[in-house]
Design a protein around this ligand. Structure first.
Ligand SMILES: Cc1cc2nc3c(=O)[nH]c(=O)nc-3n(C[C@H](O)[C@H](O)[C@H](O)COP(=O)(O)OP(=O)(O)OC[C@H]3O[C@@H](n4cnc5c(N)ncnc54)[C@H](O)[C@@H]3O)c2cc1C
Length: 424
């Protein structure tokens, strides 16, 4: 046995797989699926939940990277599933395409981002999985199924957010957009002004999000809009945002009573900025200060009330965090286990510095998010049980039946998913 250590981005999830395998071809991949009894597929390991932890076989599709074919007329690209998002532009730029939407970072693999319903922000924009037009899935029986709105339709409805539990995604066809530039505008705004105007602002910008500090009167507001303006690339500042964040997190950890003062100093450091660049350059921002994160998708009608309650609780929480709450919009979709299934949502995320125990803080906040009928982000920490999830997902039982048909021996489940899926 040749056990190797594996850990996720934040270091919180760790496991010792018996094998870590990186096949080079579909034939090799099929042979692994036939010969191994327990497999978890890993993308970039950027999920905070133990989705990929295993003591059996951990399979990486890092060698399945690049674009396989394109349809220029409808701006679609058929992409190998292990492609990291930061590598995608080198393939999409020559064909003048870009992803419709992205989240805060571009480190994820395409399959990893799709499989958990990774999202950015914008009232008219779905999560990344909502722009999947087709995919190929290698099932436990060793068969490759093509799935789309025309072929294997049930599997298409379920498979776009499936946590690696239905099989291995090998290729994904994305509905893209002709290459476009975005203008990013970041400024401070009073919390009062934000609550008074957000219903209007959310319709005026393609993307809008904010970062709210529980102890400060001002929040950081970020908007992105399509533009034809000349490129004004993002400049690095001194001290860097990241250096400041790291310092404030360290101080809050050692001296929690300083947190209100540190958060209020915000206005000294955050200056209004405007940048213009291609979408693939504007969407991601560096995330060098490590953290763990919990995020729930709240029905859009009650998102503001939920945020207000979360902020009030954070202010007096026993475990303090310097990190702001992130607040974003995501349009509903038709994917069975998508947290946005038939639900336009407000996404609320709470972060804790990686050197502080995350659950001390998350346990105080999670009941509020659950009270507002929130559905957890599959890749971010939560304590929901199978029974609670079943009540939130109308297609829960259909998904579980489909999973059992495709993988009766539970080849693609680990102990975490067995508990999450089989206890309902
Ligand atoms: C710093 C940071 C910032 C983040 N920002 C955002 C954000 O802005 N928005 C957001 O929504 N999320 C965000 N996330 C969460 C992240 O996007 C998701 O957890 C995503 O799933 C991670 O992708 P990955 O490639 O690392 O996948 P992994 O974490 O490695 O895997 C995720 C799931 O995908 C499955 N999977 C991977 N490859 C395949 C395959 N080929 N076939 C079948 N299943 C597969 C795995 O089995 C697993 O269940 C962030 C995470 C971090 C650490």
């Amino acid at each position: 046995m040749n056990q190797q250590k594996w850990s996720n981005w934040s270091g919180y999830q760790q496991s010792q797989p018996e094998h870590i395998l990186k096949p080079n071809s579909i034939e090799e991949l099929k042979s692994i699926v036939q010969n191994q009894s327990k497999i978890r597929v890993v993308g970039a390991g950027h999920s905070f939940t133990p989705l990929v932890c295993t003591d059996a076989t951990l399979l990486s599709l890092d060698n399945f990277s690049g674009v396989d074919s394109i349809n220029v007329d409808v701006a679609q690209a058929n992409i190998w599933s292990g492609t990291r998002l930061f590598n995608l532009d080198q393939y999409l730029e020559p064909i003048q395409q870009a992803l419709m939407q992205q989240g805060d970072i571009d480190q994820q693999s395409l399959a990893g981002a799709v499989s958990t319903g990774t999202h950015g922000t914008g009232v008219d924009l779905h999560c990344i999985s909502g722009y999947v037009e087709a995919f190929e899935l290698l099932t436990a029986s060793g068969e490759i199924l093509s799935c789309s709105r025309q072929e294997n339709t049930t599997l298409f409805e379920a498979g776009r957010v499936s946590l690696g539990s239905l099989g291995i995604l090998t290729k994904i066809t994305m509905q893209n957009k002709p290459r476009y530039k975005l203008k990013e505008h970041v400024r401070l705004c009073s919390v009062k002004e934000f609550f008074e105007n957000i219903d209007l602002w959310k319709t005026q910008h393609r993307h809008i999000e904010c970062f709210v500090f529980s102890h400060a009167d001002q929040l950081i507001l970020k908007t992105l809009d399509i533009t034809d303006e000349d490129i004004q690339p993002r400049k690095s500042s001194w001290p860097s945002e990241d250096a400041l964040l790291s310092m404030c997190c360290g101080l809050t950890r050692s001296f929690p009573a300083m947190n209100p003062k540190l958060q209020k100093l915000l206005s000294v450091f955050v200056k209004p900025t405007t940048f213009v660049d291609w979408s693939s350059q504007i969407f991601p921002t560096p995330r060098e200060t490590k953290f763990n994160e919990m995020e729930y998708q709240i029905p859009v009608e009650s998102g503001i009330a939920c945020l207000q309650e979360v902020l009030a609780k954070l202010k007096h929480a026993k475990a303090q965090t310097f990190f702001p709450v992130e607040f974003r919009f995501v349009k509903g979709d038709d994917i069975w286990l998508s947290p946005f299934y038939q639900q336009d949502s407000i996404s609320i995320s709470v972060h804790q510095y990686y050197k502080q125990a995350p659950r001390l803080l998350f346990d105080e906040i999670e009941p509020i998010l659950q009270h507002y009928q929130g559905r957890p982000h599959w890749g971010k920490m939560h304590n929901m049980t199978a029974m609670q999830l079943k009540a939130l997902y109308p297609k829960w039982d259909d998904f579980m039946q489909l999973r059992a048909q495709l993988d009766p021996t539970q080849k693609f489940l680990n102990p975490y998913l067995e508990k999450l899926f089989l206890d309902s």
